[in-house]
Design a protein around this ligand. Structure first.
Ligand SMILES: Cc1cc2nc3c(=O)[nH]c(=O)nc-3n(C[C@H](O)[C@H](O)[C@H](O)COP(=O)(O)OP(=O)(O)OC[C@H]3O[C@@H](n4cnc5c(N)ncnc54)[C@H](O)[C@@H]3O)c2cc1C
Ligand code: SF4
Length: 254
């Protein structure tokens, strides 16, 4: 990803600080669409408006409905500490190096970087949600607790056990490779699951599902992951889980 912000409004900070009101932004955007319907599709304007009056307001509702107990939730009982590279960006994982580095430098990352790269890693690596919350709250320019904790502990870490979302957002290297150009210049090989150069996301992904089987297997939106896991030859599964254990024992060195 050559650019740190492409089709992003970068309006969250102004809205969260009440410098701009959501209705002001939505009304202006809709008026602009009405005057330019030949060049702006309804799907484009709908997506933008939905993020603001949909997701943003939904998160606000969850916060006021679920706090303060929301702050204590740790559905997966994750206990790991954040690796030290969260404070330096110095990691061999190119996707995290870029997303964390950009977050530290600009106090901004777009939604997919927050959710599917950094948050995804924290979830698969079993980082304690308190640590994840504190990091996001401290790093991002738009981080105000009501909209940060609902996204971090809820949407990204599924530490609420399904209050915000119906399933955890997880991905292996395949997804990151499809959505970015990080993998082509990474120390790790996005196609490998085991071995010295295997991308950590691949084995950590399966380890996450295996260790949380009792909590997730009955979720109808996840069943396929367990079908795939259960079809895996025993030796392959053993090596995959061992690879993940090795990575989990040395998160700082990844
Ligand atoms: C783990 C994680 C932590 C996040 N922490 C914050 C945070 O502290 N503060 C914050 O404002 N947003 C947070 N978000 C939501 C979203 O990533 C940011 O609002 C967005 O990246 C801000 O950039 P933008 O203004 O360019 O957004 P655009 O992509 O241009 O979207 C337009 C607007 O829609 C709203 N929006 C879109 N998605 C969400 C969402 N899931 N929740 C709330 N509003 C949304 C924002 O107000 C945003 O400005 C977080 C998301 C994740 C996955
Ligand atoms: S190979 Fe893995 S660690 Fe490297 S950039 Fe791709 S997903 Fe990230």
């Amino acid at each position: 990803m050559q650019y740190w912000s492409v089709y992003h409004a970068r309006l969250s900070f102004s809205m969260n600080l009440k410098l701009l009101s959501p209705i002001e932004i939505v009304s202006t955007a809709v008026a602009h669409w009405q005057a330019n319907q030949d060049s702006i599709s309804i799907a484009q304007i709908e997506g933008f408006v939905r993020q603001i009056i949909g997701w943003r307001e939904y998160m606000r509702g969850i916060y006021w409905h679920q706090m303060p107990h929301f702050k204590q939730l740790n559905f997966f009982e994750h206990q790991h500490s954040l690796p030290s590279f969260f404070w330096t960006g110095k990691t061999k994982m190119n996707c995290l190096k870029h997303c964390i580095g950009q977050s530290l430098n600009r106090a901004y990352a777009h939604h997919i970087q927050r959710l599917m790269v950094i948050g995804n890693f924290c979830l698969l690596a079993g980082i304690h949600p308190d640590e994840v919350d504190k990091w996001y709250l401290g790093i991002y320019i738009d981080a105000i607790e009501w909209v940060e904790i609902t996204n971090t502990r809820g949407m990204s870490q599924y530490a609420d056990g399904g209050i915000v979302g119906s399933k955890p957002y997880t991905a292996s290297a395949n997804y990151i490779d499809k959505m970015s150009d990080y993998c082509s210049s990474c120390f790790y090989d996005n196609k490998q699951k085991t071995g010295a150069k295997a991308c950590p996301f691949n084995s950590l992904y399966w380890h996450f599902y295996e260790r949380n089987r009792s909590k997730l297997q009955r979720n109808p939106r996840i069943g396929m992951a367990y079908v795939t896991l259960d079809k895996m030859p025993a030796q392959q599964k053993k090596e995959l889980l061992q690879q993940a254990e090795m990575y989990l024992s040395q998160l700082d060195a990844l």
